[in-house]
Structure formats: structure tokens, C-alpha cells
Design a protein around this ligand. Structure first.
Ligand SMILES: Nc1ncnc2c1ncn2[C@@H]1O[C@H](COP(=O)(O)OP(=O)(O)O)[C@@H](O)[C@H]1O
Ligand SMILES: O=C(CO)[C@@H](O)[C@H](O)COP(=O)(O)O
Length: 649
């Protein structure tokens, strides 16, 4: 019997999943940080002060030690484990002080891990919910521009990405000797006290797919971006190397002595929770992770040019070194496979807040209100209690639609409406992004994460996407399950180095179950489709950037100007007194026509020049800062006995 064990250090808890080589579930357990480790005084796994979110890294150590002790007390047979892997919440960082290396090296298996590691950290760990680094991003943008950052790293700058978080530590004078991600810190723990056998370094390097969520990695060359490394003052020892997924050593003697792992048990480098989830699905699936965040994953056959700036990412592929996962519109990237990931910060915790506020802290009451399916067509809400990632908004807004207009209201008269409205706004947002990013066909919709245990919520998701909902039989811990698969894959590769992950996955026996079918009701479908369109319209009103499907199109606008100039100027003659008035009138008329196009979130600059035809040339220049994804220019010239020139931004 061969066991493969995986740990997911997620936002609110530590999950352990163990399967055997045939895919049979052998162990599954969760330790909740708030409930099981109350001494760390976290709420939903973190400490929050305004936009700053941190977790105490010692809590992760305590969680691991406690969970392993629990497994031991339940007679889990550690000697059967052939390989261990897992993942950590992506982006979060761990700062080790100058004593860490020595303390790690001298670990004693007779003593507790927590007691021995309590003094290795320089500070608490910023986690992915943090959005307190706007100033740091401004500084970094001056060094590598946002558009260059997309080209190099596959993502725009984000506060939750690690580079700006590291800069914040540097700027606030935190002294650290090594910065790690949650995932490579977790890997490092399992290697103690011997340390990593790769990259000529005692500390474990950072895994490339997880490193893609740092704004620090050149994902083409798989090396750090030197300008950002310099700006953060990170000489090599402080960050180490980046490596692709692989075995990084045998389990450390601390763990074999204390828990009974065999000394040849392999440690496969941990990855981020998103790449790890990705590893447990086929590329034809649409996957929703309803954990602390709501994250939507899907592959698309080709790059959608409109996708850039929509909040997705390209990551180094977690198991195929020649490919990428993620999304970007950049011709510098050799995208062999597109895998899109969109993350929403206001996921389970926003639903929880609505449940607590309006439904007496009861999922039963929350669910009961969802059953009144087709009513409340005119009510809408945005529940961005924390600053959302896309759109970048922090607000709690309610609207009622009256005679084709959305009117903002304080709250709904019938407070129960909030349950439907929050699910609709969350799932409509997912549908909107999936559609905009080009994912219109998918075989199956999968769900994972804590909220996927709620069948009523899943019924709503199923109705909105009009698809059946599936789950993997092992339950709602796909990130940890992905760790088991990665562990088996790397272990099998020891025997067959040419083994390809996709082939391994295709032959792997894991069962899926259909949980919910969409309700077959034409009236409901009609209401949900109509409401989705209303939602998209309302959403665009509250989004800073234009809707990529309704962009300024120079060809259309050019035709419009041409027509207007023809109507207005055919047969007219030049006169200096009248022409100054004409320029004003023509530009006003162009603006009116543009407004009729109803392109939301645009500001127009109309530039009209009229000159006399006297055989002289004229040159005009104009400069403008704009968003190259959405802004554009349309220009038309009208010539008869005098000359007319009209430009529009
Ligand atoms: N029955 C339920 N209905 C809706 N949400 C639930 C239910 N059970 C758990 N959840 C939500 O699941 C979330 C935890 O999901 P989980 O995937 O474990 O989080 P993470 O991996 O981010 O730590 C909690 O915030 C909780 O609100
Ligand atoms: O920030 C992101 C993705 O970019 C989050 O997905 C985190 O990786 C945390 O995931 P959960 O704990 O919500 O599963």
C-alpha cells in the first residue's frame, strides 16, 4: 500500500488529504485556525486592521504540529506515505530572521515544533486579502511600468501580490534574512532539520507557478525581475531561487522520528492553492472554488485580445515547464495553453456577513429565502464589504429598477431579498468574466471550497449558468487533492522520467458526482437572463474601466464624423468669422452623436480645426495619456474649397 499525503495551508484552516496510488481516499481532516487555535486570536484566520490583513506564521506551524499529532492519535500509518506535497494560500509571505537558519538546523524531535520555532519570524505574514500597499505599488510602477509588469510577470500590479508587500516591510524597517511564500515555507518545514537538497541552498527555493503571483517573476525566463529585486533590496540570499515542481528532498528527521515517516519519504515542493486546484481538473472543465475567496478557473483555446486588464493572470504552468496557466494579452508570451483565473475577495465571508445580518446566523434561514425563485426581478446589490479585486471597489450598494432606471436605495424593504441578491451579484460577476474572457463552452461545471457544501447555493449557481453542477467525490478540498496528485506524479516520475502530467491525470481513477441540475422552468430562465443583462449594465456604471465589449471603435466613430461633416459642410465656403462658431457647433454635434452610442465610462475630447485652402501645408500635434486597452482615436478630414480637419479622442 502506498500513501500520498497533502496539506493545504489555506486562509481559514489547514486541510490534510491522503489518497493511495489507486486514488482511494485514506484520510481527510481540517483544522480551523479560529476554533482550534484560539490563542492566536484570529478572525477567519487573519488579523485585520483597516485594509491590512495578516496571519501569525507561528499559527501555521502550530496547525501542522496539531494536525499531525491528531493523525497520530487516530493511528494514521505515516510509514505508508511515499511522498508529501501540498499548497499554501497564494501571495502570502513569511519573513525569517537571522536566527532562523540555526534554529532550523538544530531542531530536536523530542521538543515541540511550535516552541522551537517561535523566535524565527521577523513579523506577521501579510496575506492575500491585504490591500494596504497602494503607495508601494506607485513606487514600483516608476521602476517597471504596469504594462511592462504584465508582459514580464503575466499580471498587473496587485496589492495582494508579494512584491509590494515586501516593499512595505522594507520601508517600515522590518529586518529579515529570508522571505518565503507560504508554500515554500511549508515545504521547508517538512525538510527540517536537514534542509533542501536542491539549488545549493539549505532553504527550499520558491516554486515557479506560485512565484507567478508575486509581481516579481519573469515568467518566460523563470528568473526574478532584476529591477524589482534591486528595488526591494533582495540580494540572492534573501529570496533564493525559483524552481519548477520537483522533489526537493526526503522528509526531515524531525518528522520521521516524531511521527514515523520512513526516511526515504519524498517531499515534493508545495505550490500555491490556485495552481494546486488547477492540477486536479481537466482543461475542459469550468471550476468554481467557493472558499474564503470565490475563484473561477477555466481554460480557453486561444487568447482573447479583449482579456487584458480584466483582472486575470498568466502563471507558469504548475506541471508542464513549457506551458503557462493564466491569461494575458501579450505578444511576448508564448502562450501554448491559456488557463484563466479570476479571483473575488468578497466570497464566503461576504455571504457569511449577509447571513449573520439578515438571517440570524443561520444557513437554513438564508437557504429558505432562496427557494422563492422567480420574484425580486428588480432588485440588485453589490456586496463589496472588503475592497474588491475587480472592480476595485469597496461599497455596499442596493438598487431597485424603476421604469428602466436603477434607483439607489438604503436597503430592501424585504430584507430577505439580500440572500438572492448577493448570490446573483457574485455568480453574475463570474458569468460576466467567463463570457468576456471567452469561455462560452465547457463540458462540466465543478465546485469546490467550503460553500460548495451548501446545496441551495449550488442550485442558484446551476440556474444562473444553466448547467448541472459536479463535484469530485473526495469532497470540497481540491487544492489539497491537487497536492496528492502532484505527489503521486513526481513519485511515479522517479520510475518513468518521461511521464507527462496530462497523461497521468487522464489515466488516474478519480470519481466525480453530479450534485445538482438546473431547474427546468422557462419563466425562471427568462427572469435570470433578463436580470443578468440588467446586472451587466449596472455593473458597468460602477466600474471605472469601460466594458470591453462596448469599446470605442474608430471605424464606427469615423463613419459617423464623416457623415456629419458631409451634411454640415458640403457647399459651404470659408469665412474667418463664421468658422470659429462652426468649430464649436460641429464639436458639440459630434459629442451628441457619441453620447447616443452609449459607451459607458468614456470621456471624449473632440478637436475640430477649420482652415482655408490656400495651397499651404499645416501640421498639428496632440498628446494624451490614455488606456491603450480601451481608448482610441478617430479622425476624418473634409476638403472642398476650404479645408476642414477634425480629430477625436
Ligand atoms: N453550509 C455553508 N453554506 C455557505 N457557506 C459555507 C457553508 N459551510 C462553510 N461555508 C463557508 O466556507 C468558508 C470556508 O471555506 P474553505 O474552502 O474552507 O476556506 P479556505 O480554503 O479559504 O480557508 C467559510 O467562510 C464559510 O462561510
Ligand atoms: O488571492 C487569491 C488568488 O489570487 C486567493 O485565491 C488565495 O489564494 C486564497 O484562496 P482561498 O483561501 O480563498 O481558497
Amino acid at each position: 500500500m502506498e500513501y500520498f499525503l497533502s496539506f493545504d495551508f489555506s486562509t481559514q484552516g489547514l486541510k490534510a488529504v491522503c489518497i493511495d496510488s489507486a486514488g482511494v481516499l485514506k484520510y481527510n481532516s481540517v483544522l480551523n485556525f479560529d476554533l482550534d487555535l484560539p490563542n492566536f486570536k484570529t478572525t477567519n484566520g487573519t488579523h485585520q486592521f483597516e485594509d491590512t490583513f495578516t496571519s501569525p506564521p507561528l499559527m501555521w506551524v502550530a496547525a501542522l504540529e496539531n494536525l499531525l499529532l491528531k493523525m497520530k492519535s487516530e493511528n494514521f500509518d505515516f510509514s505508508l506515505v511515499k511522498a508529501i506535497s501540498g499548497c499554501g494560500q497564494q501571495h502570502g509571505s513569511v519573513y525569517l530572521n537571522k536566527d532562523a537558519r540555526n534554529i532550523f538546523k538544530n531542531l530536536n524531535s523530542d521538543l515541540s515544533l511550535v516552541e522551537q520555532l517561535k523566535n524565527v519570524f521577523s513579523c506577521d505574514s501579510p496575506v492575500w486579502q491585504d490591500s494596504s500597499t497602494k503607495n508601494e505599488i506607485k513606487i514600483l510602477t516608476k521602476i517597471v511600468s504596469d504594462s511592462d509588469m504584465v508582459k514580464l510577470s503575466g499580471s498587473n500590479y496587485y496589492e495582494r501580490f508579494t512584491a509590494s508587500q515586501i516593499l512595505k516591510k522594507v520601508q517600515t524597517g522590518v529586518e529579515f534574512h529570508r522571505v518565503q511564500l507560504v508554500s515554500n515555507f511549508a515545504t521547508n518545514l517538512f525538510l527540517l532539520p536537514e534542509g533542501s537538497c536542491v539549488a545549493n541552498d539549505y532553504f527550499c527555493p520558491i516554486e515557479s507557478s506560485d512565484a507567478s503571483g508575486m509581481n516579481l517573476l519573469n515568467i518566460d525566463k523563470k528568473c526574478w525581475i532584476p529591477e524589482i529585486i534591486t528595488a526591494l533590496g533582495l540580494e540572492k540570499d534573501k529570496i533564493g531561487d525559483v524552481i519548477d515542481s520537483q522533489i526537493v528532498g526526503n522528509v526531515g528527521s524531525f518528522f520521521s522520528e516524531k511521527f514515523g515517516f520512513t526516511s526515504d519519504c519524498k517531499i515534493v515542493i508545495f505550490s500555491g492553492d490556485n495552481p494546486s486546484t488547477f492540477c486536479s481538473y481537466q482543461s475542459t472543465d469550468l471550476v468554481f472554488s467557493l472558499g474564503t475567496s470565490d475563484t473561477c478557473f477555466f481554460s480557453v483555446p486561444k487568447i482573447n485580445k479583449n482579456a487584458k486588464g480584466l483582472g486575470g493572470h498568466v502563471f507558469v504552468h504548475p506541471h508542464n515547464p513549457d506551458k503557462y496557466m493564466g491569461m494575458v494579452n501579450s505578444n511576448t508570451l508564448k502562450l501554448l495553453m491559456q488557463f484563466h483565473k479570476v479571483c473575488f475577495k468578497n466570497g464566503s465571508l461576504a455571504r457569511l456577513k449577509v447571513r449573520d445580518e439578515y438571517f440570524n446566523k443561520s444557513w437554513q434561514l438564508f437557504n429558505a429565502s432562496l427557494k422563492k425563485l422567480s420574484s425580486n426581478i428588480n432588485y440588485f446589490g453589490f456586496y463589496f464589504f472588503q475592497e474588491e479585486i475587480q472592480p476595485k471597489l469597496k461599497c455596499n450598494l442596493k438598487f431597485v429598477k424603476k421604469e428602466n432606471h436603477f434607483v439607489e436605495i438604503k436597503d430592501f424593504d424585504d430584507k430577505e431579498v439580500n440572500a438572492k441578491c448577493i448570490l446573483e451579484s457574485q455568480f453574475f460577476a463570474m458569468k460576466y468574466y467567463a463570457t468576456q474572457l471567452g469561455k462560452l463552452n465547457y463540458d462540466r461545471v465543478f465546485v469546490t471550497g467550503g460553500a460548495s457544501s451548501n446545496k441551495e447555493i449550488l442550485q442558484y449557481l446551476s440556474n444562473i449558468f444553466n448547467k448541472p453542477i459536479y463535484q469530485q467525490k473526495h469532497g470540497n478540498a481540491s487544492a489539497a487533492f491537487g497536492g496528492c496528485l502532484r505527489a503521486i506524479y513526481e513519485f511515479n516520475k522517479l520510475k518513468d522520467p518521461s511521464l507527462i502530467y496530462d497523461d497521468f491525470l487522464a489515466n488516474f481513477n478519480f470519481e466525480t458526482i453530479k450534485i445538482i441540475d438546473p431547474v427546468n422552468d422557462d419563466e425562471l430562465r427568462f427572469h435570470l437572463d433578463k436580470k443578468y443583462h440588467d446586472y451587466v449594465e449596472l455593473r458597468c456604471d460602477y466600474t471605472l474601466r469601460p466594458n470591453f465589449q462596448k469599446k470605442f471603435r474608430p471605424q464606427i466613430v469615423g463613419k459617423l464624423i464623416k457623415q456629419l461633416l458631409n451634411d454640415r459642410l458640403t457647399g459651404a465656403t470659408y469665412h474667418p468669422d463664421t468658422c470659429s462658431q462652426w468649430t464649436k457647433e460641429i464639436s458639440d454635434e459630434i459629442k451628441i452623436k457619441l453620447k447616443e452610442l452609449d459607451l459607458k465610462r468614456y470621456k471624449y475630447v473632440v478637436n475640430v480645426v477649420i482652415g482655408e485652402m490656400r495651397g499651404e501645408g499645416v501640421r498639428m500635434g496632440c498628446r494624451c495619456f490614455w488606456d491603450s486597452d480601451t481608448d482610441n482615436i478617430a479622425q476624418e478630414t473634409f476638403i472642398n474649397v476650404f479645408f476642414h480637419f477634425s480629430t477625436l479622442f
